[in-house]
Design a protein around this ligand. Structure first.
Ligand SMILES: C[S@@+](CC[C@H](N)C(=O)[O-])C[C@H]1O[C@@H](n2cnc3c(N)ncnc32)[C@H](O)[C@@H]1O
Length: 348
């Protein structure tokens, strides 16, 4: 039996959670208005700031007062400046800037506002993630930079888990910013990587490849794997965090396509999250699955038996299932897994 003070505590956290979107939106809007970068050179009053970001002075004061109360700004007399955390993560130009991820979450806000209707209807009105990636260059870039932020650390871990010493050609299907291909190509001079991506994301990958002087060994090919053919054959195909963005039909299609472009002894390396057969045992994944329902047409995290089924149906054997460390995707609090498959040659 719960005591009254335990009930009070539970009620307080229930109410806090219910209105936590107030604070979330304050932070997201401040990021959208680039408040933090605008305060990076000198402290400013609300009036000064409102003139720079072209907002109403009184409403701006409310916004930045709340940010100061939440610990994202400091206030001295009437002057506001950044805290250490805002300086590091929320000011453009900082090497740890994460504002693009916040812009992506703010963009997804509309989908979440539609949750009730989507639950009644059984699907969302729009597929915001797909719209961003296919039709909106700025949104596609924000999403890609968000993936890039944690991708390098995961690339480092994968490189330690998968032997790439004999791999000469790798396809990075839906390779995002290119961080995996670039990281591996730097480690292995014999390796040539091809990033296959949608046009807006491919642009980000191309810029990254040029920045790392790897144009000779990392190519970027634009295409949509659901409709376009993938050329050439490869020793290894990496599919990182792509399956959960799609429904089963597209994932089957993707695995079949990958099978047809792998060499005889080729390997398929899939990185993604893994749902336990108890859908509700991990809060992060259960909530993430709600998000995928709202922003994609059919995307969700799959269970081990579903993933095995993707491999087997496309005529792959599963050679290994490995778990990346908790630190690798610490931002999301969801541990990624690696599924390594080999090409079967017997007829299906
Ligand atoms: C979650 S991101 C993962 C990016 C990268 N592999 C990583 O792990 O950081 C999924 C990627 O798949 C790409 N993608 C989605 N649909 C695609 C399609 N139809 N054809 C090619 N790439 C696609 C997206 O543009 C996006 O970069």
């Amino acid at each position: 039996m719960l005591y009254q003070h335990e009930h009070d505590k539970a009620l307080k956290s229930l109410i806090d959670l219910s209105r936590s979107f107030w604070k979330s939106k304050i932070l997201l809007v401040a990021n959208e208005l680039d408040v933090f970068s605008k305060l990076s050179h000198s402290p400013k009053t609300a009036k000064d700031l409102s003139r720079i970001i072209k907002t109403d002075p009184r409403a701006t004061e409310l916004l930045i007062n709340a940010l100061a109360a939440m610990g994202f700004l400091k206030k001295e007399k009437d002057y506001f400046s950044n805290t250490e955390v805002s300086k590091k993560y929320l000011c453009q130009g900082s090497p740890s800037y994460i504002g693009f991820a916040l812009r992506h979450y703010n963009y997804c806000w509309d989908a979440w506002s539609e949750l009730e209707q989507a639950v009644k209807r059984g699907h969302p009105k729009r597929f915001l993630e797909q719209e961003a990636l296919h039709k909106d260059e700025k949104r596609a870039r924000d999403f890609t930079l968000k993936m890039d932020f944690t991708g390098w650390k995961m690339a480092e871990e994968i490189e330690q888990m998968v032997d790439l010493s004999n791999v000469k050609s790798m396809l990075d299907l839906g390779g995002g910013s290119g961080c995996y291909s670039i990281y591996f190509a730097k480690k292995y001079p014999q390796l040539h990587c091809t990033i296959f991506e949608l046009p807006f994301v491919a642009k980000v990958a191309e810029e990254n490849v040029i920045r790392h002087n790897l144009e000779e060994r990392v190519s970027v090919v634009t295409g949509d794997f659901t409709i376009d053919p993938i050329k050439d054959v490869y020793d290894l195909v990496l599919v990182s965090f792509v399956p959960h963005g799609f429904g089963e039909k597209e994932v089957h299609l993707m695995f079949n396509k990958v099978h047809s472009i792998l060499k005889k002894d080729g390997r398929l390396v899939v990185q993604d999250y893994l749902l336990s057969s108890q859908d509700s045992s991990c809060e992060e994944l259960a909530v993430f699955n709600m998000h995928m329902f709202l922003v994609t047409s059919g995307g969700r995290v799959y269970t081990l038996s579903e993933i095995k089924n993707f491999f087997y149906k496309a005529n792959f054997s599963i050679l290994q299932v490995l778990r990346l460390s908790e630190r690798s995707d610490f931002l999301m609090g969801r541990e990624p897994y690696l599924f390594i498959g080999g090409v079967n040659h017997e007829k299906k």
